[in-house]
Design a protein around this ligand. Sequence first.
Ligand code: ZN
Ligand code: FE
Length: 256
Amino acid sequence: MGALEIVLLPCLADNYSVILHDPASGQTAVIDAPCGATIKAALAERGWRLTHLFITHHHADHTDGIAQLKAFYGASVTGPQAEADRIPWLTRLVKAGDKLEFAGHPIEVLDTPGHTLGHITYYFPEDKLAFTGDTLFSLGCGRVFEGDPEMMWESVSKIGALPGDTQIYCGHEYTLSNGRFALTIEPENDALKKRMADVEALRAAGQPTLPTTIDAELATNPFLRPHSRAIQARLGMLGAPDAEVFARLRQLKNKA
Ligand code: ZN
Ligand code: FE
């Protein structure tokens, strides 16, 4: 099993698709399909042929490109069984605990509901990669559209429990605005201040801020830090359960 080549591909206004290429077999996977034309052009540029699509959840900005890519390449389309009725192009339905593989690389399906009820995360344990869609963002988390905050906290903390050196690819470039919110919540967090300086420089240069890592998120993402005494004190919630602090943070971010 050789290393996968990884291409982080900006799509639409602030979405990302990720291309994984296995040079030995030529197999090529795409995680989430915001825009078929952009992905097709990126593949053509590299001479790669799409074999697998992996979808995290049913929202249009993650699925609009599926039909075009499936028709053109005849690729398999894997996605959450719980959202099969919302993603009609799926050819393989998966659920929590399912073990898959791509070009010999093992993949574990994690159940991460909250943003949508069937949202899943694809975790590649041997490659130390996780594709978290709109559940865990860099310095933030997704809006809770279909579930409730407690469910979202469970999903976000499940991702937070992955090994610290796991590289996280998420569905959007929201790091800068997430980080500005994070600084209002934990202005004394030195790791956060330092990371935001890097993020600002990257964005000013038009560069992506992904991937991030679990270790970086645990140190700086307020949504993974509801146990922080500083955050609890700022919210007037000292000693409150993690899920409640998380819910309050999500509520404040919605208004930010
Ligand atoms: Zn979404
Ligand atoms: Fe999205």
